[in-house]
Design a protein. Structure first.
Ligand code: IMP
Ligand code: MG
Length: 186
């Protein structure tokens, strides 16, 4: 990966803020309440598919009051053409055996839907007590496989976005807001 050459280059690719820090905070507080209502005191396992969802997971887990465990997994999907082949390679698996858990998958963004469709299929095969998907962002116009989250905090148009965990070339994950990325720097 090429390293960023200057702070000027870094900054000029942040085109405009799409979702502010405050808007994210408000939406997460509401999502936490919904999760509390859904599980009604039952313990849950919040699963983050790395790396993009780590910031969202960190804030969401502090917005829920039900007892919760945290799990991480790394997944890579391989595709031929535009349909999901269902081939997902787990480069780092969960510690927990999900059959004992109400699982909530916490995702940064659903784009084509292929990664999450595969991860859900894989985890469903391990027969959890229940499984729900929460996503911070949803780009429904880009969908290639039929997949919907149970809870989606923001629907966005077809822009490449950065910040709040989402990267471009591994940079920008630490921005506290979601911004549109300017590939040409303009
Ligand atoms: P999908 O399998 O096409 O739904 O892609 C899911 C993954 O692609 C996400 O978890 C992100 O890591 C990445 N991704 C998709 N769209 C964007 C974007 O606009 N910005 C940054 N990463 C993205
Ligand atoms: Mg990414």
């Amino acid at each position: 990966m090429n390293q960023m050459q200057s702070i000027e280059e870094f900054t000029k690719r942040i085109k405009r803020i799409l979702i502010t820090e405050e808007e994210i905070k408000t939406a997460i507080a509401a999502a936490g309440k919904e999760i509390d209502k859904l599980y009604d005191g039952r313990p849950i396992l919040l699963v983050s598919v790395l790396k993009g969802a780590f910031v969202f997971l960190a804030d969401l887990c502090r917005a829920v009051s039900v007892p919760c465990e945290i799990g991480f997994m790394c997944a890579k999907s391989y595709y031929a053409g535009t349909t999901s082949s269902g081939v997902v390679q787990i480069t780092m698996d969960l510690d927990q055996d999900v059959k004992d858990y109400h699982v909530v998958i916490v995702e940064d963004i659903i784009d084509t839907g292929r990664t999450l469709a595969d991860v859900v299929k894989l985890l469903q095969g391990r027969t959890p007590l229940s499984l729900h998907v929460v996503t911070l962002l949803d780009k429904p116009s880009r969908r290639l496989v039929d997949f919907e989250a149970d809870l989606s905090l923001f629907t966005i148009p077809d822009h490449f976005v950065i910040g709040y965990g989402l990267d471009c070339g591994e940079y920008y994950r630490n921005l506290p807001y979601i911004a549109e990325y300017a590939a040409d720097g303009n």
